[in-house]
Write a protein that binds this ligand. Structure first.
Ligand SMILES: *[C@@H]1O[C@H](CO)[C@@H](O)[C@H](O)[C@H]1NC(C)=O
Ligand SMILES: *[C@@H]1O[C@H](CO)[C@@H](O)[C@H](O)[C@H]1NC(C)=O
Length: 250
């Protein structure tokens, strides 16, 4: 039997887009005024961005939703998270930005009083020496976090137009405290479940050595996706109010 595949090729000419409307008035010049401008206007943009901007592929973030994360996948332990909701991103505040114009490096410091990740978990394997196999609801409350996102804007050219290609470092973070609430950890054994939660919460800093980077990756991806999605369609010339390094204005 022969299968004939008919390909409909549509030629799409991608023309550069402007920034979303609400961001056009929030642009900053890349001069010594950049820092105070970015802190003010960046903070003004966050609640709008958090509502989502479908035309730019920016999903809503109040809360952000993620279907499935394989948090740990080793021969000893499999830990999946599903139906994740990340609360509190819309209340993030930009508190500092450091700029190195030569390298086009931007290091943004954000603070978030309460970022809470909630959803379902499914675990199978061994933690320390305890065999564990269970599933249920969980939440992780990240109290008074400072999140530091560092990116370098490289320049790429497409269709004769220059675009930024933002490349991010792994996100750095400091937390005052982490509170875990993991239901049904040892099936019906409520007492054991409660004491394990207590143990986790008393040792959250040790636990975060293992799980912190993965949790940071989840939050970081939500933030970096915004920049990636904007940079993909908005040419360099529409991003900053004035760019002394790259004058692409006609
Ligand atoms: C943190 O945010 C979550 C989700 O919005 C909320 O349920 C929880 O009560 C908040 N915790 C504190 C201590 O404010
Ligand atoms: C986690 O997800 C993977 C891929 O979907 C699956 O193979 C694995 O069995 C899951 N582990 C648990 C503990 O549910």
């Amino acid at each position: 039997m022969r299968i004939i595949v008919i390909l409909t090729v549509s030629v799409v000419t991608t023309l550069g887009k402007q920034l979303p409307k609400f961001m056009q008035d929030l642009r900053c010049p890349l001069t010594h005024d950049f820092k105070p401008c970015f802190i003010e206007k960046g903070n003004a943009a966050i609640p709008f961005l958090a509502k989502g901007v479908p035309e730019y592929n920016i999903p809503k973030m109040d809360p952000a939703e993620i279907k499935h994360v394989q948090l740990v996948s080793t021969p000893l332990l499999s830990l999946n998270l599903t139906g994740l909701k990340i609360f509190g991103l819309e209340k993030l505040k930009i508190v500092d930005i450091e700029v190195d114009l030569k390298r086009r490096m931007f290091r943004t410091t954000l603070s978030g009083a309460n970022i809470t990740v909630a959803g379902k978990y499914s675990v199978n394997g061994q933690i320390l020496v305890l065999p564990i196999k269970s599933k249920g609801h969980f939440s992780v409350y990240l109290k008074n976090g400072i999140y530091i996102a560092t990116k370098i804007d490289y320049i790429v050219e497409r269709n004769g137009e220059k675009y930024y290609n933002p490349v991010f470092d792994p996100m750095d973070y400091h937390l005052e405290k982490v509170v875990f609430d993991i239901e049904n950890l040892f099936g019906g054994n409520k007492e054991l479940g409660a004491s394990v939660n207590e143990f986790l919460n008393n040792n959250w800093d040790i636990l975060m050595i293992e799980f912190g980077p993965e949790i940071a990756k989840i939050i970081s991806k939500i933030i970096t996706d915004i920049f990636d999605n904007l940079a993909a369609v908005v040419p360099v010339k529409y991003v900053f109010l004035d760019d002394p390094v790259f004058k692409f204005r006609k």
